[in-house]
Design a protein around this ligand. Structure first.
Ligand SMILES: Cc1ncc(COP(=O)(O)O)c(C=O)c1O
Length: 472
C-alpha cells in the first residue's frame, strides 16, 4: 500500500518514494466517455462526488481507466502470481467478505489456515516431535518483520537474564537482500551489517558473514533466491559457521532463511538440498506464497522451527471477537481469500503437481537463458537453473543501455526491468525476467526475438537512467 500524504503543501523532495500527493481536485474532472449514458456532468477525481453514478457506470469508468495498466501476462518483472484456475477465482469471489481475523465467527477458515501453516512447516522439514509454529502473513515482508522481532526479543531476554545491556542490537545480511530487510532495520532500530557483493559474486556465504558477527547479533539472514539475480546464498556454510561460533564463542545466533522465492521451488526441484529446518541453526523461514506458491498477491508465511523461538509475549490473546484467540501479526484485519487459495492449490496440485509446474517453469527459464546466450551483446548472470529467473548484463555497457532495451520491450507490451545491482556491484546494470507458469516456451521464443530486435534498435542509442531497485 502506498503512503498517502493528505497535505497539499508537502514537498519532501524525495520523489523516488511511492507517495501520492493529493491535489485539490477542483480542476481534475473525469470527462464523460461512453458512460455518459449514466453521467450527467463532470465528475471530480480527487474529492468524493456529491452524487454517486451507480455501480454500472462506476464499473465502466474504472475498468476503462485500468486498461492503461500493463498486461499481467507479459509482466516478467514481478515474481507474483498473475493467473489461477477458474475454480480458484470462484472461491476468491465467494470469500471476499471474510475477515481472517474473525476466528470465532469463521472457525473453519481458521482450521484451513492452521493446515496451510502446518503443510508449509512440513515442506520445510520441521522436525518431528518439536512443535513448529507459524502464521500466514500479507507477504514475505511482514513475515520477515515478525521473525526478526522474535529474534530481537529473544536476544534481549537472554541478555537481560545474563545481566547484560540490550543496547545496539545488529543483524547480519548480504547486500543481496530485498528492501524489506533494510525496512526492518530502520523501523525496528536494529543495525544492519551488510556484507557487500563484488563483481562475479552476487550472493554471500560464511566467509562474508564471519567478520560481521558479535555478541550483539540477533540473527543472520540467508536468501534462497535473491531478488537481484535469482541466485542462492550459501546457507549451508552460514549454518556451519554459526555452529562453530556457538561452540567457540558461546554466541547462539539464529539463522533466518528468506525463502520468499525459493521456498516453493527448491523443495520440488532439489529436495535433497539442505537449506531448511534440517539445519538446526535455521530457526525461522519466510516464504511468499503469492510467488511460486502460485497464489494471487497478499499471502506469505512465517514458520519457526520450535515454539521456543517465538517469545510468548509477542503473541496477543484477544477475546473481543468472541472466544479467546491468539494473534501474531503486524496487521489486524486481513482477507482470508489468499490463505484459502493456498489450501486450494495444495489440494488441487499436491506434491506431484507442484513438482511438474516447477520443472516446466525451470525448463522454460533454461530455454530463455539459452536464447539469451546466443545474443552476443549480452552476458548471462543468472541462468534460471535454480530459480526460474534469467538475468543478463550488457557485454559492453558503453555500447548498450539495458534501461533503453527495457523501454523498447515495453513498446511490445513486455515488462522486463533493468536495474543496477547493490553494493559493491552497483556499476553493473542487469535485465531480469522472472519466468512463471503462465509464460510458455513459445512466449519465451517470442520474447527472445523481441529482445534481439530491441537490442538492435538500442545499440549506441540514448541511455535513460537505470532503476536502482528491481520490482519484486
Ligand atoms: C528475497 C525476497 N525477500 C522478500 C521479498 C518481499 O516479499 P513480499 O513482496 O512477499 O513482501 C521479496 C520480494 O520480491 C524477495 O524477492
Amino acid at each position: 500500500m502506498s503512503l498517502i500524504i493528505c497535505n497539499l503543501t508537502v514537498r519532501t523532495g524525495r520523489d523516488h518514494l511511492p507517495m501520492h500527493r493529493i491535489s485539490n481536485g477542483e480542476a481534475a474532472v473525469a470527462a464523460p466517455t461512453h458512460a455518459a449514458r449514466a453521467i450527467a456532468g463532470p465528475l471530480p477525481k480527487d474529492v468524493m462526488p456529491e452524487q454517486g453514478i451507480g455501480p454500472r457506470a462506476a464499473y465502466r469508468l474504472i475498468d476503462d481507466e485500468l486498461s492503461l495498466d500493463g498486461n499481467p501476462t507479459l509482466n516478467l518483472a514481478s515474481f507474483v502470481t498473475t493467473w489461477m484456475e477458474p475454480e480458484a477465482q470462484r472461491l476468491a469471489a465467494e470469500l471476499v467478505g471474510k475477515n481472517l481475523i474473525d476466528q470465532d465467527e469463521y472457525p473453519q477458515t481458521q482450521e484451513l489456515h492452521r493446515r496451510v501453516v502446518s503443510i508449509v512447516a512440513r515442506l520445510f522439514n520441521a522436525p518431528a516431535g518439536q512443535e513448529a509454529v507459524g502464521t500466514a502473513t500479507i507477504g514475505s515482508s511482514e513475515a520477515i518483520m515478525l521473525a526478526m522481532l522474535a529474534h530481537k526479543r529473544r536476544w534481549q531476554l537472554r541478555r537481560r537474564a545474563e545481566g547484560l545491556d540490550c543496547e545496539r542490537p545488529n543483524m547480519v545480511i548480504g547486500a543481496d537482500v530485498h528492501t524489506c530487510w533494510e525496512k526492518f532495520a530502520r523501523y525496528f532500530e536494529v543495525e544492519a551489517r551488510i556484507a557487500p557483493l563484488q563483481e562475479g559474486r552476487y550472493t554471500i556465504g560464511a566467509e562474508q558473514v564471519e567478520p560481521l558477527l558479535d555478541e550483539r547479533t540477533i540473527a543472520v539472514a540467508g536468501v534462497l533466491g535473491t531478488t537481484f539475480t535469482g541466485q542462492l546464498d550459501d546457507i549451508g556454510s552460514i549454518a556451519g559457521l554459526l555452529a562453530k561460533v556457538e561452540r567457540e564463542r558461546g554466541w547462539s545466533i539464529p539463522l533466518h532463511v528468506d525463502a520468499a522465492s525459493g521456498g516453493f521451488v527448491l523443495p520440488f526441484s532439489e529436495p535433497e538440498l539442505r537449506w531448511d529446518f534440517r539445519l538446526p541453526q535455521v530457526r525461522s523461514i519466510n516464504v511468499s506464497n503469492h510467488k511460486f506458491g502460485l497464489v494471487y498477491p497478499g499471502m506469505g508465511t512465517v514458520v519457526f522451527q520450535s515454539a521456543d523461538d517465538l517469545p510468548e509475549e509477542l503473541v496477543f490473546k484477544i477475546s473481543y471477537l468472541g472466544g479467546e484467540m491468539e494473534n501474531y501479526s503486524l496487521n489486524f484485519s486481513r482477507p482470508s481469500t489468499q490463505v484459502i487459495l493456498q489450501y486450494f492449490n495444495f489440494l488441487a496440485l499436491g506434491r506431484e503437481g507442484y513438482t511438474r509446474i516447477v520443472r516446466a517453469t525451470l525448463e522454460t527459464a533454461a530455454a530463455l537463458a539459452n536464447r539469451l546466450r546466443e545474443l552476443e551483446e549480452l552476458q548471462l548472470i543468472g541462468d534460471g537453473s535454480r530459480l526460474p529467473v534469467v538475468t543478463a548484463r550488457a557485454r559492453d555497457p558503453r555500447a548498450l543501455s539495458l534501461a533503453e532495451v527495457s523501454a523498447r520491450l515495453r513498446e511490445r507490451g513486455w515488462i522486463v526491468p533493468a536495474y543496477r545491482l547493490p553494493a559493491n556491484a552497483q556499476h553493473i546494470e542487469v535485465l531480469r525476467a522472472v519466468v512463471k507458469e503462465s509464460f510458455s516456451l513459445d512466449m519465451a521464443e517470442i520474447l527472445a526475438r523481441d529482445l534481439a530486435w530491441a537490442i538492435s534498435r538500442c545499440r549506441s542509442g540514448g541511455r535513460p537512467a537505470a532503476r536502482t531497485r528491481p520490482h519484486c
